[in-house]
Design a protein around this ligand. Structure first.
Ligand code: BES
Ligand code: ZN
Ligand code: ZN
Length: 508
């Protein structure tokens, strides 16, 4: 969908539909809604009086203008209670409107910026939320469908953001560009996560990453099996050895900061299919396991967005990609693997493979002398048990970094919340034969997984994000259910990290 900014008055705008809003309980609309109401000789006030329009959150009332104004239709969207109004509500309302119009077969519309002015947000923030909500809300993954009803094929062509002051045009244009970049990276991540494993093998993912790198101006290095052997990445290779697909460790580098500036490292788990290996998963649990590379996808997406937004800092993104399959050559429970940093791991369950590939990727990340490391991984079912599927689990050693991420989560709606990393849990991962074992018993599974990772970050401030619960939504009550989260992959991590990096480099 194309997004434009236009200078003008919404009631004078010619389009298939114009969009205005109403807070709950307002009887006499003001601002832009009031202006449209005036031009329509009180049609909106009439709807309110008749009880057909109440301003309830996400309420949508669409009607034809019968030639009284240049626009063919007006859509009034409910903003809900004024006290509950937030940036996330702007995203939700915008997503709802875009989907409603698309599904009604209306492919172009013009909208005011909900929340600017009367809602109390500044124009830039509100416009960003508006554009982000619409672009994320209309996302569909239909590239594998060859048969679709006409209604299902409907797509929006254009959204025009209408501002009425000349001085606001540049701000709105900047905000549109920012959000288009972030939403497009998020939707790229969604596409990658939704893709079938056979079409996103480690080799294919590495090709996609190098193409992204070329387009965005990133440096891309692919570490293949031979190279990984030279780097003594025994844990990464131990996971890969059961598969016929060669493993690839993707390294993306972005230099937007001073030459001497230490990079921030972003590391993402890239298991392109997790069968569990010889510790085979039951069929039902395996069904979703194409999503096990969401950390790697979010790493690629974040690096792309950071480069396109020209954030003034240096980043390195590292994504260890492999399948986890059983075979005659697969790693067996009881095997001991030697990592890049030299520490050994006893593998007692081959389904706890994420921490193995991350042990090598995190260890390798420390060789870039980073000022901080953030990893993202669909790591444990236990995290879902602890926090549900609506919040990403956060553990680490970088206290300041965790505060920054919590704040970024609050701003973006991509929520994170801390779980403890107390040393007391260490006993659970002590091995009889190696330096550490890869399972920690029945309780506190998200924590014991993170404690293993902690052994591979040296003394670099580090945060681990367990996205197993937040990576996918099926629309059920226990899953993420925002209007800008259509069923499927959520694209978790990109908006969160870009916000964190933006706050890190406050000149943008
Ligand atoms: N990829 C899974 C975790 C997962 C589960 C992600 C559900 C998304 C949805 C991970 O590799 C895994 O299998 N973890 C095991 C660890 C256990 C064997 C210690 C788990 O959580 O059951
Ligand atoms: Zn697993
Ligand atoms: Zn996994």
């Amino acid at each position: 969908m194309e997004i434009k900014v236009a200078l003008g008055r919404i009631e004078e705008t010619k389009d298939k539909a114009i969009v205005v809003n109403l807070f709950k309980g307002v009887k006499t609309p003001g601002g832009a809604t009031g202006a449209v109401d005036g031009a329509l000789e009180g049609m909106i006030t009439d709807l309110i009086r008749g009880g057909d329009l109440t301003g309830k959150f996400k309420e949508v009332v669409l009607f034809r203008t019968l030639g009284r104004i240049p626009a063919e239709r007006v859509l009034v969207v409910g903003l809900g209670e004024k006290e509950k109004f937030s940036l996330d509500r702007i995203r939700e309302v915008s997503a709802k409107v875009a989907r409603h119009l698309r599904d009604a077969g209306i492919d172009t519309f013009s909208t005011i910026v909900h929340g600017a002015g009367i809602g109390g947000f500044d124009l830039q923030q509100a416009t960003e939320a508006l554009v982000e909500g619409a672009l994320l809300g209309v996302y569909k993954f239909d590239r594998y469908k060859t048969e679709q009803e006409e209604e299902e094929k409907r797509k929006l062509k254009r959204m025009t953001v209408v501002v009425k002051d000349q001085k606001d045009v540049d701000t709105a244009k900047k905000a549109v560009q920012w959000s288009q970049t972030v939403a497009s990276a998020t939707n790229l991540v969604r596409d990658l996560v939704a893709s079938p494993s056979r079409d996103k093998t480690p080799t294919r993912l590495a090709e996609i990453a190098s193409q992204v790198a070329q387009e965005a101006g990133l440096k891309c290095t692919i570490i293949d099996r031979d190279e990984a052997e030279k780097l003594n990445m025994g844990a990464f290779l131990g996971v890969a050895q059961g598969s016929d697909e060669p493993p690839k460790l993707i390294v993306l580098e972005y230099s937007g900061g001073p030459k001497s500036g230490k990079p921030i490292a972003i590391v993402g788990k890239g298991i392109t299919f997790d069968s569990g290996g010889l510790s085979l998963k039951p069929a039902d649990s395996m069904m979703a396991m194409k999503e096990d590379m969401a950390g790697a996808a979010a790493t690629i997406g974040t690096l792309r967005a950071a480069a396109e937004l020209k954030l003034p800092l240096n980043l390195v993104g590292i994504a260890p990609c492999t399948e986890n399959l059983p075979s005659g050559r697969a790693t067996k429970p009881g095997d001991v693997l030697k990592t890049h940093l030299g520490k050994t791991i006893e593998v007692l369950n081959t389904d706890a493979e994420g921490r193995l590939v991350l042990a090598d990727a995190l260890g390798y990340a420390t060789s870039f002398d980073p000022q901080a490391i953030v990893d993202m991984a669909t790591l444990t079912g236990a995290c879902m048990v602890a926090l549900g599927k609506k919040t990403t689990g956060m553990m680490g050693t970088g206290e300041g970094l965790m505060e920054k991420l919590k704040e970024a989560g609050r701003k973006t709606g991509d929520y994170v919340w801390p779980l403890p990393l107390f040393d007391d849990y260490e006993d659970q991962i002590k091995s009889e034969v190696a330096d550490v074992k890869n399972i920690g018993g029945k309780y506190g599974g998200a924590i014991t997984a993170a404690l293993l990772l902690k052994k591979f970050v040296k003394d670099v401030p580090w945060v681990h994000l367990d996205i197993a619960g937040t990576v996918w939504t099926d629309g059920a009550p226990d899953a993420l259910k925002r209007e800008y989260h259509p069923k499927g992959p959520t694209g978790v991590g990109v908006r969160l990290l870009i916000q964190m990096l933006r706050d890190w480099a406050p000149s943008t």
